[in-house]
Design a protein around this ligand. Structure first.
Ligand code: UD1
Ligand code: CA
Length: 454
């Protein structure tokens, strides 16, 4: 059994968000802020991860119904100390780490350092030039911590102290249980403060240790949507620095958004305004044009995605050329050297090596062989109003422009479809098939003219 339980406080009302959504469910980099804290807690291989929820809590519970997380309800919310009290009955590891659901960017390395102090009580603190709003750390002449005073309870002199309580702490679980029985709510906010356990520990002559975060942003809390937006930019900037340190060329690190995980090979270049969602893998030498949205996709080495493409759930081979303005709905598999050009929509389609659909087409539920040329304006009519049907286009087919293939249909290998055809049946290999009426000329035909006003 691991010796650590993690308690994540997430019951606060979040009034300043002015939102019906529980604060910790607001999205940061594409995931609820609480998901970031849970992910970090998991890195510590804790025995238990306990989330204290309150306001709108059922939504929180439903979203995270993972079996390594326990939920404890705090109702009503009487303060941070009261919140931890609700979790006490389930805590059974020797050490407890308290995190906040609205302090999402806390890093595992910082927490490891806090835990490494091995003190019975260790606080994560830091010096701020502007400590306003935070609880202040009070130390005696020997620099030993004596207590924490909340800003609202602090004297003017105490408010000049710049060492603040980030709120996150690690404690001996037995001690935490004892110290929490002593706390009272006779303070400016009428709340049971977790911070009051410090005084209890000091009375027991416990040496209170401190550690500081690697980065200030790790301990920033979110109280408003403006702070959330600022945090988003901090997250994205930090992530962009990380990508660049791996050799990725970003046209502008302030204009890239990763809402999930992005892994890049060597010499990847990404132009401005690209958004990555879910799990995206870009192979070596992939280049992305401006304003692409890529979700849950794998793009092979040397492929070039031109601007304004929307690619969802695709596997794209090497040296493909996509876009500009291509739309990939989920389920496409492209082999190597494939081209999908402007204003082409593809869905659940396989395209084999060397094939092209360069302009204005819809290819859905299709299987396209090698070296096929799909002419401009080709449409696979995959839906009959009730069911979807498949279109198969075999190797080396040439489809003339403005062709509709009414599925199910198979276009035989090496065949040609004349432009402007509506294909409703399978077509033979190697032949030219077309389905249009013969061109006629009506001699002497006149265009209608506007009737003259009387
Ligand atoms: C707390 C600290 C303060 C510290 C600051 C850092 C206390 C008394 N004060 O103040 O010293 O500088 O954080 O940001 O602890 N929560 C509950 N149940 C409650 C109240 C709060 O779960 O009844 C949760 C909130 O959802 C939040 C966290 O506890 O995740 C902190 O609550 P908040 O009200 O923001 O604490 P502060 O007043 O900012
Ligand atoms: Ca508060």
């Amino acid at each position: 059994m691991s010796d650590l339980d993690v308690v994540i406080l997430a019951a606060g009302k979040g009034t300043r968000m002015n939102s019906d959504i529980p604060k910790v469910m607001h999205s940061l980099a594409g995931r609820p802020m609480l998901a970031h804290v849970i992910a970090t807690a998991r890195l510590l291989s804790a025995h238990r991860i306990v989330v204290v929820y309150g306001h709108g809590g059922e939504a929180v519970k439903d979203h995270f119904n993972a079996n390594d997380i326990e939920f404890v309800c705090q109702e009503p919310q009487l303060g941070t100390g009261h919140a931890v009290q609700q979790a006490l009955p389930v805590l059974d590891a020797n050490k407890t780490l308290v995190l906040y659901g609205d302090v999402p960017l806390i890093g595992a390395a910082t927490l490891q350092r806090l835990l490494a102090t091995e003190a019975d009580l260790a606080l994560l603190t830091m010096e701020l030039s502007d400590p306003g709003g935070y609880g202040r750390i009070l130390r005696d002449r020997n620099k030993k911590i004596t207590s924490i005073v909340e800003e609202k309870d602090a004297t003017a002199r105490q408010r000049t102290i710049r060492e603040v309580n980030t709120g996150l702490l690690a404690a001996d679980t037995a001690g935490l249980k004892r110290w929490l029985t002593d706390i009272r709510n006779d303070n400016a906010q009428g709340e049971f403060y977790l911070t009051d356990i410090v005084a209890g520990a000091v009375r027991e002559k416990v040496d209170v240790a401190t550690a500081s975060p690697d980065n200030e942003f790790e301990v920033l809390g979110i109280n408003s949507t403006a702070q959330l937006a600022r945090m988003e930019r901090i997250f994205q900037w930090d992530n962009a620095q990380h990508l660049m340190s791996q050799g990725v060329t970003l046209a502008d690190p302030a204009r890239v958004d990763v809402r999930g995980t992005l892994s890049c090979g060597r010499d990847v270049t990404i132009d401005i305004g690209c958004i990555f969602e879910g799990n995206v893998v870009l192979g070596d030498h992939v280049s992305l044009g401006a304003h692409c949205v890529i979700r849950d996709s794998h793009i092979g080495p040397g492929s070039m995605i031109l601007p304004f493409c929307h690619i969802d759930g695709a596997t794209i081979g090497s040296n493909c050329r996509i876009g500009p303005y291509a739309r990939f709905r989920p389920g496409n598999h492209l082999a190597d050297d494939v081209r999908v050009g402007n204003f082409v929509e593809v869905k659940a389609t396989q395209i084999a090596e060397g094939s092209k659909a360069n302009h204005l087409s819809y290819l859905g539920d299709s299987e396209i062989g090698r070296n096929v040329n799909v002419g401009a304006g080709t449409i696979t009519c995959n839906y009959d109003g009730a069911n979807k049907h498949r279109t198969i286009i075999e190797d080396n087919v040439f489809i003339g422009s403005d062709t509709q293939i009414v599925a199910p249909a198979t276009i035989g290998a090496n065949s040609t479809i004349g432009a402007g055809s509506t294909i409703t049946k399978d077509t033979p290999e190697g032949e030219l098939t077309l389905s249009r009426s013969k061109q006629v000329t009506i001699p002497g035909w006149k265009r209608p003219t506007k009737s003259k006003p009387d």
